[in-house]
Design a protein around this ligand. Structure first.
Ligand SMILES: *[C@@H]1O[C@H](CO)[C@@H](O)[C@H](O)[C@H]1NC(C)=O
Ligand SMILES: *[C@@H]1O[C@H](CO)[C@@H](O)[C@H](O)[C@H]1NC(C)=O
Length: 241
C-alpha cells in the first residue's frame, strides 16, 4: 500500500518536472505585419491584395458648366391649404372732396297733349302724351301728376283750348285740394285759356290738373297737327339751400 503511493507521487513528480518547450505560433518567425507589400513578398502563396487607386490623382480639371436642361413637366396641384388668420383692419380713408355749395337743386317739367278730351262724369285727371321737359323725372306721365321731391316754392301753369258750345272746367290741384281754376262758359268761339299759380310744396305733395263734369258737357280741344294743351311747372326756390 505505501509502496504504490510512493510510486504514484514519483510519477506525478516526473510528469510535472518534464521540461516543456516554449509556446510559439507558426508565424512567429515572420517579420511583423507592417504593410501589405511586405506581407506579399514574404508570403508568396497569399492571394494578391488589391491596390487602392486614388481617383483624385487621375482626375482632370473641372469642366465647363453644361447648358441648362429643358424644364420638367409641372407637378400635380397640391391640396388647398388651411384658411389664414384674419388681416389687420385697414386705415381710415381720406375725406372726400368738398361738395359744390353753389350747385342749385332743380326740378322742372313741361308736358303736352295732342288729343282732345271730353270729360266723363265727375272728376278726371288730365293725362298728357308729350314730354318737352321732365328733369329730373318728377312728373309721372301715367298718373299725369307732378310729385314734389324738393320742398320749396314752385310755379305752375296750364294752357288749354276751349271747345265750341261746350263748357271748360278744370282745376290745378295740390293733392286733393283745388288751388286754381280754368273756366270758360260755352261759346260759339273757341279760345285759348290759361292759369298760373305759385305753390309752397312739401315733399310728397302732388300737383295735377283735374277736369270736372257737371250737368253740361265739359271738353278741351287739341288735334294731331298742333299741341293746344300744355302743363308746366318748376322749382323757384328750394326750402333748404
Ligand atoms: C488622394 O490624393 C489626394 C491628392 O494627392 C489626397 O489629397 C487625398 O488625401 C488622397 N486620398 C486618399 C483616400 O488617399
Ligand atoms: C299729399 O299726398 C302725399 C302722398 O299721399 C303725402 O305724402 C303728403 O303729405 C300730402 N300733402 C299734404 C299737404 O297733405
Amino acid at each position: 500500500m505505501f509502496g504504490s503511493l510512493l510510486l504514484a507521487s514519483l510519477f506525478l513528480h516526473m510528469v510535472v518536472s518534464i521540461p516543456q518547450p516554449a509556446c510559439h505560433r507558426c508565424c512567429d518567425h515572420l517579420p511583423p505585419l507592417d504593410d501589405a507589400a511586405t506581407l506579399r513578398e514574404s508570403m508568396p502563396g497569399m492571394p494578391e491584395v488589391r491596390t487602392y487607386i486614388n481617383m483624385t490623382i487621375l482626375k482632370g480639371d473641372k469642366g465647363d458648366r453644361g447648358e441648362r436642361g429643358t424644364p420638367g413637366k409641372p407637378g400635380i396641384e397640391g391640396s388647398l391649404g388651411p384658411r389664414g388668420t384674419e388681416g389687420h383692419k385697414g386705415d381710415k380713408g381720406q375725406a372726400g372732396a368738398p361738395g359744390d355749395a353753389c350747385k342749385s337743386q332743380h326740378s322742372a317739367f313741361s308736358v303736352g297733349r295732342r288729343k282732345s278730351l271730353h270729360s266723363i262724369d265727375n272728376y278726371q285727371a288730365l293725362i298728357f302724351d308729350t314730354i318737352f321737359v321732365n328733369s329730373p323725372e318728377h312728373f309721372n306721365m301715367f298718373a299725369g301728376k307732378y310729385r314734389c321731391q324738393i320742398p320749396g316754392i314752385y310755379f305752375f301753369n296750364v294752357n288749354i283750348h276751349t271747345w265750341n258750345f261746350k263748357e271748360t272746367y278744370l282745376h290745378i290741384m295740390q293733392n286733393n285740394s283745388e288751388k286754381a281754376i280754368v273756366y270758360a262758359q260755352p261759346s260759339d268761339r273757341s279760345i285759348m285759356q290759361s292759369q298760373s299759380v305759385m305753390l309752397p310744396l312739401q315733399e310728397g305733395d302732388e300737383v295735377w290738373v283735374r277736369l270736372y263734369k257737371r250737368e253740361r258737357e265739359n271738353a278741351i280741344y287739341s288735334d294731331d297737327v298742333d299741341i293746344y294743351i300744355t302743363f308746366n311747372g318748376y322749382l323757384i326756390k328750394p326750402e333748404i339751400e
